[in-house]
Write a protein that binds this ligand. Sequence first.
Ligand code: DAH
Length: 349
Amino acid sequence: MSKPGDKVDIFALADSIMEQVENFTTDVKEELEQFRIDVLGTKGKLKQLFTGFRDVPNERKKEFGQVVNKVKATAEAKFNSLKEQLEDATAAQVEVPDMSMPANFSNIGSRHPIAIVLEQISEIFTRIGFTVASGPEIEDDWHNFTALNTPEDHPARDMQDTFYIQTNPATLLRSHTSTVQVRTMGRQEPPIRIIAPGRVYRNETISARSHCQFHQIEGLYIDKGVSLADLKQTLLYFAKEFYGPDTKLRLRPSFFPFTEPSAEMDVSCFICKMKGCKICKGTGWVEILGCGMVDPNVLAASNIDPEVYSGYAWGIGIERTAMLKYKIDDIRLMFENDMRFLGQFKAAY
Ligand code: DAH
């Protein structure tokens, strides 16, 4: 029986370590770590062999050195290969998708409140036979003013601060979609029944309440025998569809150069149901749009005989409509593309 400290024992110990190393295998990370501590660690079995070196008789030192080096190399190789296998297995595991996991939510964009309101209003009018017309945003003076019964030097031109193109003052950015009335009458015989959504521009200081660009929808109906009653009934239909079936309507006399008579349309306050609130300023009524019977001069300017035909027109501001509908208190929010603002309209339509 050999005792610890026996000079030959150290060779036997080397052999047994070698055997342990050669037979060792694992696919468990913790076991491999234990192997490393046991064999290769600073207080491990290899260390024990190195320490025993000094007790080996001189003539066998060389032989023992070779044995120990071989054990060390084998242990290290074993450790490294097992470690690599373990890492490969872990990597392979990561690559296998877990089919039971819930899918990632993709971030769906939302529609702009202006687009939502434009589409809702357009849909309400196309349902009763209006078609969608359009015209250019860069216009000439004639379509924006003159043909709409607003000759040069007419004080009504001051109602809208217009952007003129510097190099050609007869060219401007349209200040209202009423231009499309003229464009349509220029290319189409009555009966005419159109709506014209689009962007308009005015030289106004940007504030919470006004902007230098905004949107309108124009409406125009021309036929034989069109009356104010038709206008009122059409607008009542619109108001009920858009603001709810209990909505009431009232027309207040107003002035626009292109309509005679002209009116401003109010609807019963859809926020407080006419009890009086901030939105309707306590009156129970909210101003919605401008309208009227097309002025005979406007028909004549587009070569439509005012003795034969009559018509009505209206124009509605989209930003104002959307602000009322969604209780938005600053028009600038509409043009800033702030995701925190836009994200609120996800469920709106
Ligand atoms: N064009 C007018 C504006 O921008 C709105 C308007 C009022 C349009 C009466 C109409 C109308 O067609 O009949 O202020």
